[in-house]
Design a protein around this ligand. Structure first.
Ligand code: PLP
Length: 345
């Protein structure tokens, strides 16, 4: 059996999801609109508590559409040091929009609101204009942690104080909603735009959403067009995405519980450790002792047992739980890790 803990993006659409993708009304979304895409956009906007939403192919494009809608070349945006936008989007802010990034914080994923305030450039001809502050919830590199509401709201308030827009990379906002019990619309009430991935823990095969008010969406539509992200009969994808948003949010408690069990059991093995208290959603960061082996070497050993995981640093493995892993996969992982670590004891 394959046990794939590399990411929550690896899920296969269920039989029911494949069925709804076949039995769907579609149209040319660019020419006269796709009715199923419209429904998804309305439902996603309602879930996110924003007036309007648009469907895009990926989380990266959702973020980049927002950046393009808020900024002009020469501007500066403020992001967390390890935000996906600055770390894993191929330099897109500079490449696509001609904006530079100023980053704050460390691997904890946190941002001190005062540091964000101090990062805002003065209105001075020598400086770039700060036109966007970005938040990420949950924070990927920090291990799926939920940024506490107090800090989240305080960072967003800095934007309000200075008349600067705030974008939320909410690729895994659904995980934060389930873990915190705070509805999506409460989180998004603090920000001007939000992206949401349907193809991660929610289990759709493809697609993301970007949402905000009318004026934002009008600009976002132009950027999506420029980036080539306006798709034709996208209703096939939208119907899977509708099902994902309707059926797969609350079940994420299972993923979160499994991640915690995984952290507890692996962390108890010799040569490995895990800060279980830090497991808030569907990710467990497991440290491999340097005198034992590297994270990459441990991942290669696990792969021999058909257990797959990503090394996120020289000594850190990131295990991600999702729709396609459950208790049997955890048992397979623990058995493999026990065998590998036995030589260490
Ligand atoms: C926080 C965050 N934002 C955005 C993305 C980008 O999503 P995609 O891979 O669909 O482009 C990811 C993907 O892992 C992510 O973790």
């Amino acid at each position: 059996m394959r046990a794939d803990f590399r990411s929550d993006t690896v899920t296969q659409p269920s039989a029911a999801m494949r069925a709804v993708m076949l039995d769907v009304e579609v149209g040319d979304d660019v020419l006269d609109g796709d009715p199923t895409v419209r429904l998804l956009e309305e439902e996603a906007a309602a879930w996110l508590g924003k007036p309007r939403a648009i469907f895009v192919p990926s989380g990266t494009m959702a973020n980049q559409v927002a950046l393009g809608a808020w900024t002009r070349p020469g501007d500066e945006i403020v992001c967390q040091r390890w935000a996906h936008i600055t770390t894993y989007e191929g330099g897109a802010p500079g490449y696509l929009h001609g904006v530079q990034t100023l980053t704050i914080g460390n691997r904890s994923g946190r941002m001190d609101p005062q540091e964000v305030r101090e990062a805002i450039r003065p209105d001075f001809i020598h400086c770039p204009s700060t036109t966007l502050i970005c938040l990420e919830q949950t924070h990927n590199v920090a291990g799926g942690v939920v940024i506490p509401m107090e800090e989240f709201a305080a960072v967003a308030a800095v934007g309000k104080e200075h008349g600067i827009a705030v974008h939320l990379d909410g690729a895994r906002l659904a995980n934060a909603v389930v873990a915190s019990g705070v509805p999506a619309s409460d989180w998004t009430s603090h920000v001007d735009s939000v992206s949401l991935c349907l193809s991660k823990g929610l289990g759709a095969p493809v697609g993301s959403i970007v949402a905000g008010d009318d004026a934002f969406i009008e600009r976002a539509l132009r950027v999506r067009k420029r980036l080539g992200g306006w798709m034709r009969q996208a209703g096939f994808l939208a119907s899977a995405a509708r099902m994902a948003l309707r059926d797969n949010v609350s079940r994420m408690t299972l993923d979160h519980a499994l991640a915690r069990q995984l952290g507890e059991r692996l962390g108890a093995l010799p040569g490995l450790s895990c800060e279980v208290a830090g497991i808030e959603t569907n990710m467990a960061m497991v440290h491999v002792e340097p005198e034992f082996m590297t994270a990459a070497a441990f991942a290669a050993e696990l792969a021999k047992h058909d257990v797959h995981v990503m090394a996120m640093g020289p000594q850190v493995l990131r295990f991600v739980t999702h729709l396609d892993v459950g208790s049997p996969h955890l048992e397979q992982l623990v058995a493999a890790a026990t065998e590998i670590t036995a030589v260490h004891a």
